[in-house]
Write a protein that binds this ligand. Structure first.
Ligand code: UDX
Length: 426
């Protein structure tokens, strides 16, 4: 099939590379020339495990361009993967998606064949219907005869996105038009994933409910972890114990300094905000967010006790800046919240991360950026482990206080723990 993908962000690039590998011809559209050039050179425009290799393998099947109209004209199916950024209070912006829909509407004025449009960006229930109205108003054409829409949420994890594309737990296709459902199935042909057909709004909500549930699991285990800490119990062992119950499952039960990244904080906030706007007070979602906001402070409280409240002027090693390992992404990283708090307390920070330092230098130019983790440790009185990078397991922590906020030394690695070691919830 000839497929256009709009938005060369995380979702769009992984989708394009994955669909190309499945045998389709892809036109990938973005507004940033630099990204377009990179992709046309056969390279990934950002770091993601395995993506560079995949793109270079399928580069004859992906053409990147700045020209959205031509991409729509030359393909039959379009996946919209542009960002839906949110403001602090949880409001979600849909202006990029709507701008793309306007362009599609204009292009359809001159296109005879039916065009199929799939929203892949994370959007609140009702947004795809607004998109349908835009295309219909601008083009004067009607759904489902002239064009059609489906909603197909993505569930890729950063750092595992290529693997996740080829091993999807399920493919959700929201639409009532059999023809577009058939086209989306055809696009994914070759994957061995169950398909769930739903209505538009149901597909939109599945993505939010999915992320909200996983975020809830994390805040739940963090709450249990904060209680365990009071009893001097290792939460990891408790998590293992409850995870063996098939009704609970072992995943997403790692306690720590809380969830970050581009999805969980933004999506749970947006769902809570929208629910409130609709007249429902989402008490559980608000509690999930509140526990998550407080969690980095728990680690700082432990540190405060260790240093008898004397943080000013102390040399503190910050190991880990990205919101999780295997990515250079620092969006909503709890590590950055901890850095801000410590700067307010006038601590001297010695910072190290194997992949995210360049981003953070732009935000905090005056920190001491260490050449490696050992240098940061050697220059400090106390060490905070804030991302679970495996290389942090094999360092010489000497007799420094080491506070682990990310399960670097979990219950299976107790033998590797440094001499003066304490975990946030264990
Ligand atoms: C998430 C969803 O998993 C994915 O389906 C969706 O498409 C995008 O959002 P991602 O943000 O890449 O993916 O990371 P994920 O691995 O889910 O972790 C999110 C955050 O939760 C990280 O900060 C991670 O450290 C934290 N986390 C995860 C925990 O604190 N404990 C856990 O047990 C699991």
């Amino acid at each position: 099939m000839k497929i256009s993908v709009v938005g060369a962000g995380y979702v769009g690039v992984v989708l394009s590379a994955g669909l190309a590998k499945l045998g389709h011809e892809i036109i990938l559209v973005d507004i940033e020339e630099e990204k377009v050039n990179k992709i046309n050179e056969g390279k990934a425009p950002f770091y993601e495990k395995g993506l560079d290799e995949l793109i270079s393998e399928v580069k004859d099947k992906i053409k990147a361009t700045l020209n959205l109209k031509d991409a729509i004209k030359d393909t039959e199916l379009t996946f919209i993967c542009v960002g839906t950024p949110s403001r602090k209070e949880g409001y979600m912006h849909t202006e990029y998606i709507k701008a793309v829909c306007m362009e599609i509407g204009l292009t359809l004025l001159r296109k005879q064949e039916k065009h199929y449009i799939v929203i892949k960006s994370t959007v609140l229930p009702g947004t795809t219907e607004e998109c349908i109205k835009i295309v219909s108003d601008v083009s004067g054409k009607k759904m489902p005869n002239d064009f059609s829409f489906a909603m197909n949420p993505e569930f890729l994890r950063e750092g595992n996105a290529v693997h996740d594309f080829f091993n999807q737990d399920r493919i959700v296709i929201g639409s009532t038009d059999k023809e577009i459902i058939g086209k989306v199935k055809q696009a994914y042909q070759g994957l061995d994933s169950p398909i769930l057909e739903t209505k538009l709004r149901e597909a939109e909500m599945i993505k939010y409910a999915n992320n909200a549930f996983l975020a809830t699991k994390i805040s739940f285990i963090n709450e249990i972890g904060n209680i365990c800490k009071k009893f001097d119990i290792d939460t990891n062992v408790v998590a293992k114990g409850i995870g063996m119950d098939f009704r609970i499952g072992p995943h997403f039960l790692r306690s720590g300094i809380g969830f970050g990244g581009s999805c969980f904080p933004k999506d749970v906030s947006a769902l809570a905000y929208k629910a409130t706007e609709k007249g429902y007070a989402p008490r559980l979602l608000n509690a999930v967010l509140e526990i998550n906001r407080d969690q980095p402070m728990k680690l700082l409280n432990i540190m405060d006790n260790k240093l008898n409240g004397k943080i000013k002027g102390k040399n503190i090693a910050i190991l880990g800046l990205s919101f999780k390992a295997d990515t250079d992404d620092t969006r909503e990283s709890p590590s950055l919240q901890i850095i801000k708090e410590l700067l307010l307390e006038q601590a001297n920070l010695h910072v190290y991360d194997p992949s995210a330092m360049e981003h953070v230098k732009k935000l905090f130019p005056h920190l001491t950026y260490s050449a490696n983790a050992q240098e940061a440790i050697d220059s400090s009185d106390i060490v905070l482990l804030l991302t679970e990078w495996p290389e942090f397991e094999n360092l010489d922590y000497k007799d420094k206080h080491v506070l682990d906020g990310k399960n670097v030394f979990d219950a299976d690695k107790t033998h590797l723990r440094p001499k003066n070691y304490e975990g946030i919830c264990w």
